[in-house]
Design a binder for this molecule. Structure first.
Ligand code: WT7
Length: 651
């Protein structure tokens, strides 16, 4: 991380303040700034009392002995307690008015629909859980889930949670190679997949990728395959099992296993600064509490709400705010399989109108796409059911924020700009919509129990308005517990820069009113459409092509995606690259990682700018990629001619 060389300057000045609308505040769980501040103070002054009281809202098989054991950087929350996430998301609702309430309203891209009530979902989850057991999955085993956005994806997660198997969802857009790496890293026993899913009218095949990956995965015994698209598939005898052959026949009786509070609920891989993706490990009790409490207060979730988060369950947003946090509250969650612009650019607004969606949670990159497609698409639909809007994944630019507010929210709905990470498990900095005034571009105030601070490189608090590094000073229940199989990296990555505090990797400033303005990553991580990609991973993928000698990848600003990927590549030997070689390299990266990591521009050069100690000067490449010029300090550059040459290598 190039902490010392980074000078975080914030140029954003924004003064528009939107108070929570009176009618909203009047009905909200938390309806005034005073109430937020009182609860917040309690949550940080007496965290154990606060969290103990909140934890009482969950169903426990055995109550905890201690709220928190904090041996930095290792936390145990609710040690001694026994609990089950699936039980909290399902069983406890069955004895209430929610038994026959819609838990999941699902729509496939082709237009097929399914509604699962809590009672129906519970039965499906039990059948799936019994199937997992029959396939040899036991408590503590890892299960890889590589599926389209269909109800069976949520069912599989809840089934794993029910029997104490640790799931790891791999986003369906990732390649066979990425899948293989993740399966091997967590030594999964089972892969749950589908023939494919639908996106923009075409089949995205999944099972063939699994077949390719499993050639090099010795830990996997079985592969459970859902029929979604109906395309012809070879099934491997003895290994592959069709979902429809086994799950419907399994018993719908499967009591939830009492699990230790700290039992690993899931692993989710995310990009870091070095080559290998990190398997972020989340716990059972603390994670559930963080996800459910934040869902309730940030989205002001009520029993009568229809809530829709447009994320894919392959990312943490889908884990916490499509499945766990929402179902734990007994709310109704909408799930959609496909693309936002299929069959037309108004698909989302059509869904909002038809299901009378009340709460809508999406990403800035999607909002910028909607703006580009034009106001006529949302204007064709009745969006008056909406009462709250949310944003997540990257800083939302004020222009997009204002558009979202007026065109989608009819100037009526508060917007919650929620800052958090795969590692934090739940929302950390956010407005509470009935309590905290909002201003475009700021995620505003810390959620309960979160002590956030902006510091300089030595860890000293920066004064208001000064940019610095965002740290979290206290442990919180849904925090990551480890990096799977790599405790040293866990300590080094998150807890060594500011001992005792968690370093987020983000730059931020706090204004005089106490609002946090997130300025983006300060490490070598690119945020493409709200998803983190490590530059190292893309570089390793490029270098794995036999003709590539060296590669450096940087992010540059992009109107739609937030950041675009620029690659600088040196080739083996002196021969000029063959025609279409850029396309070949893009295809190569797609094969290695997935289309999401495909470089937007590729420049060939004879050499990369390096310091005398041999470190690539990414700062210069970033400047070049974004402006075509290098104006910054080049005094540590070893060979000046490299820059002149790079400028000539225009994309
Ligand atoms: C990184 C985490 C959390 C789910 C989606 C991404 C950026 C996220 C915001 C926001 C500014 C944001 C940060 C963060 N980020 N939300 N509201 N405002 N930046 O999860 O892949 O773990 O990425 O996304 O840079 O560190 P992730």
């Amino acid at each position: 991380m190039s902490k010392s060389s980074i000078d975080i300057e914030s140029v954003l000045k924004e003064a528009r303040v939107f108070e929570p609308p009176k009618e909203f505040a009047a009905q909200a769980h938390i309806g005034s700034l005073e109430e937020y501040e009182r609860l917040y103070r309690q949550s940080v002054d007496e965290p154990e009392a606060f969290w103990a009281e909140q934890a009482e809202t969950l169903h426990w098989f055995r109550k905890w002995d201690r709220v928190l054991d904090w041996d930095p950087p290792h936390a145990k929350w609710f040690a001694g307690g026994q609990i089950n996430v699936s039980d909290n998301c399902l069983d406890r609702h069955l004895t209430t008015h929610r038994k026959n309430k819609a838990a999941i309203i699902w729509e496939g891209e082709p237009g097929d629909q399914r509604v699962l009530t809590y009672d129906m979902l519970h039965a499906e989850v039990c059948r799936c859980a019994n199937t997992l057991k029959a396939l040899g999955v036991a408590q503590g085993d890892r299960v890889i889930v590589y599926m389209p956005m269909v109800p069976e994806l949520a069912i599989t997660l809840l089934a794993c949670a029910r029997i104490g198997a640790t799931h790891s969802v791999v986003f369906g857009g990732f390649s066979a190679q990425a899948l293989e790496d993740r399966i091997n890293d967590c030594e999964a026993k089972l892969v749950v997949t589908a023939d494919g899913g639908w996106r923009r009218g075409k089949e995205v095949a999944l099972k063939p990728q699994v077949d390719a990956a499993l050639e090099k995965c010795s830990s996997v015994d079985h592969c459970l395959v859902l029929k979604r698209t109906g395309s012809d598939l070879p099934m491997v005898e003895g290994r592959d099992v069709w979902w429809h052959d086994v799950v419907p026949a399994a018993s719908a009786d499967c009591p939830a296993e009492p699990l230790d509070s700290e039992h690993p609920l899931y692993i989710l891989y995310t990009s870091g600064t070095t080559g290998k993706p990190k398997g972020i490990v989340h716990s059972t009790a603390g994670y559930l509490l963080g996800a459910s409490l934040s869902a309730k207060y940030v989205f002001d979730l009520k029993d009568e709400d229809t809530y829709w988060c447009t994320a894919d369950i392959g990312w943490v947003t889908g884990h916490s705010y499509i499945v766990y946090g929402i179902l734990a509250n007994g709310a109704t969650t909408v799930m959609y399989e496909g693309a936002p612009n299929h069959p037309g650019p108004d698909r989302f607004w059509d869904i909002v109108e038809r299901y009378r969606v009340n709460i809508f949670y999406t990403a800035p990159t999607a909002i910028r796409a909607f703006i580009k497609w034009g106001n006529e698409w949302p204007e064709k639909h009745d969006l008056s059911s909406l009462r709250l809007l949310g944003s997540v994944g990257e800083p939302i630019n004020p222009e997009a924020w204002m558009w979202y507010r007026s065109v989608i929210g009819g100037d009526r709905c508060p917007i919650v700009d929620t800052w958090w990470q795969t590692e934090t498990g739940s929302i950390m900095i956010t407005p509470l919509p009935g309590a905290i005034p909002t201003t475009p571009g700021t995620a505003t105030r810390p959620f309960f129990g979160v002590v956030a601070e902006v510091v300089d490189k030595d860890g000293n608090a920066e004064p208001p308005e000064k940019g610095g590094f965002l740290v979290l000073r206290k442990p919180w229940p849904s925090m990551l517990r480890n990096i799977w199989g790599d405790p040293e990296r866990y300590e080094k990555q998150y807890w060594s820069d500011y001992p005792g505090s968690y370093f987020t990797g983000d730059g931020a400033r706090q204004d005089a009113a106490g609002n946090f303005w997130i300025m983006g990553r300060v490490d070598d991580v690119i945020n493409v459409s709200g998803h983190r990609l490590g530059t190292m991973e893309i570089e390793s993928a490029l270098v794995s092509h036999p003709r590539v000698a060296e590669a450096a990848v940087v992010g540059r600003p992009d109107d739609l995606k937030g950041q675009a990927i620029s690659a600088f590549v040196t080739l083996e030997g002196s021969a000029a690259p063959p025609p279409n070689f850029k396309d070949e390299l893009r295809a190569h990266v797609t094969k290695e990682i997935g289309a999401i990591a495909k470089p937007d521009d590729i420049r060939f050069t004879d050499a990369l700018p390096k310091t005398r100690s041999g470190k690539i000067m990414r700062r210069l490449l970033k400047e070049l990629a974004s402006s075509g010029e290098v104006k910054g300090d080049t005094t540590t550059l070893e060979d000046f001619s490299v820059i002149a040459q790079l400028k000539e290598s225009e994309e």
